[in-house]
Design a binder for this molecule. Sequence first.
Ligand SMILES: Nc1ncnc2c1ncn2[C@@H]1O[C@H](COP(=O)(O)OP(=O)(O)O)[C@@H](O)[C@H]1O
Ligand SMILES: [Mg+2]
Length: 230
Amino acid sequence: MEINVNKLTKDYCNGEVRIRALNEVSFDVKHGEILSIFGPSGCGKSTLLNCLSGIDTPNSGKVIIDGVDLHSLSDNDKTRFRAKNLGFIFQFYNLIPVLNAVENVELVLQILRVSEKEAREKSIEILKIVGLGEKINSYPSQLSGGERQRVSIARALVHNPGIIFADEPTGALDTETSIEILNLIKKLNSTYNQSFIIVTHDKKITGYSDRIIKMDSGKIVSFEENGEEK
Ligand SMILES: Nc1ncnc2c1ncn2[C@@H]1O[C@H](COP(=O)(O)OP(=O)(O)O)[C@@H](O)[C@H]1O
Ligand SMILES: [Mg+2]
């Protein structure tokens, strides 16, 4: 899926103080690319990701996803659009502790009213693809950080979304595990050709992406292409 971002502006108000977290940010995301959004802590990366994915609402500007103006949708339509088309990966995994790996993944399909049998089959299949075929019945507390992130990647992908949003996906992992997770993302991207938007302050991640947007103080300061062919 493609995204067209046009003059996104987002202010936060803390009492009397107004912070401009995003200042007229515009860019496009192409179908099937891995795009990193890179910059120092506090520059507005998470705010941008949240406005792109409909978690947060901008003060002005537009986000057009495959021709759909995301923020003009009603709350119900937006929720439905997100559940069907978008996948999410978080720094701290956001898994449900009382559910095992396959149940965590299945939840996404239950929301989409997929039958129990099909949901179970699809969830097991994607857990195998991310290398967790042996751990489908393990609870988050029984898994390592890298394994938890694999479950969360499986959950992000199980409904075959067009775009996957990841906010600091390796932020809680050591270097070796981060590289494993990045290789997995790269492999999934080349297999399924979904668009990935990855927010990071970690330079390492940018090497795995097709394009890098650098941000500072709520603005884009540069666009860079990675030489590597796709
Ligand atoms: N909910 C919020 N309320 C008030 N200020 C916020 C909120 N979320 C973020 N900010 C502020 O907006 C700016 C950008 O934050 P954020 O998007 O989280 O940056 P990053 O993800 O790049 O670290 C920062 O100055 C931050 O303090
Ligand atoms: Mg952030």
